[in-house]
Design a protein around this ligand. Structure first.
Ligand SMILES: *Cc1c(COP(=O)(O)O)cnc(C)c1O
Length: 232
């Protein structure tokens, strides 16, 4: 009988194959791309299996789910990423377990994260989430807002500016959006040479993202299966 471990191992092998193929096609080394496993809606036991299979980066998008899961997995050698829209009143909780926050899109959030990181004695890597379409519901700062937000993060105690993150616009070819993100990343690195992260690409479009310079791909469905829809 096929176990959950077999299923996840097969998903991981296929995702690894796709990442390697995309790197090769782009003339990039496999080590330039970090696979971040998005474990939202899946149990801590799946995080354990992924860890046994060699995954070292996992991501969640809701604090209510992430906080207990991260606590349950606290003994594992993992880097925790937070990729969801974040309310300032969740800053304290998220900072207590997240090493990298991909979804910083406004000054007030950066200020709250800085305050809580300092209080907790932690250093948190922050990515500026960029809106590549005009849909405010999906989060992200407009491209013109990147420099001031990036400067604020770079200067904030407890925070480290890591780079940029984006989600491709719905229903459009992701290629041009990821190309735009790479340009915005280059401009950002002009002012902040250490901000090298480009977090882009999910299950459906990871190859496009890698072709356009992604350093981190965030993959859920292709590793763990289709998520059950949930109602907030
Ligand atoms: C859920 C999620 C992902 C993973 O999406 P899949 O299509 O399941 O790979 C990536 N990024 C963000 C921000 C997400 O919320």
């Amino acid at each position: 009988m096929k176990t959950r471990r077999d299923e996840i191992a097969a998903g991981l092998a296929e995702v690894e194959r796709r990442i390697s193929e995309a790197c090769e096609a782009a003339g990039r080394a496999r080590r330039e791309v970090t696979l971040v496993a998005v474990t939202k809606t899946y149990p801590a036991s799946d995080v354990g299996i992924l860890t046994e299979l060699g995954v070292r980066d996992v991501a969640e998008n809701r604090d209510q789910e992430a906080a207990p899961k991260a606590a349950e997995c606290s003994g594992l050698p993992l880097t925790w990423h937070f990729v969801g829209q974040l309310q300032t009143n969740k800053a304290r909780s998220v900072v207590s377990y997240a090493h990298v926050i991909h979804s910083v899109d406004r000054l007030r959030l950066a200020e709250a994260l800085s305050r809580e990181a300092v209080k907790a004695g932690r250093e948190v890597v922050c990515l500026v989430q960029v809106a590549l379409d005009d849909d405010p519901a999906r989060g992200g700062v407009a491209p013109a807002g990147i420099p001031p937000l990036a400067d604020a993060i770079a200067e904030a105690p407890g925070l480290v500016l890591g780079g940029v993150m984006a989600v491709a616009p719905l229903g459009a070819d992701p290629g041009p959006a990821f190309a735009r993100l790479r340009e915005l990343s280059s401009a950002l690195r002009g002012d902040h040479p250490g901000a090298t992260v480009i977090s882009a690409g999910m299950s459906a479009d990871l190859a496009d993202a890698i072709a356009h310079g992604a350093t981190h791909v965030r993959v859920g469905t292709a590793l763990l299966g289709r998520r059950k829809p949930f109602v907030r």
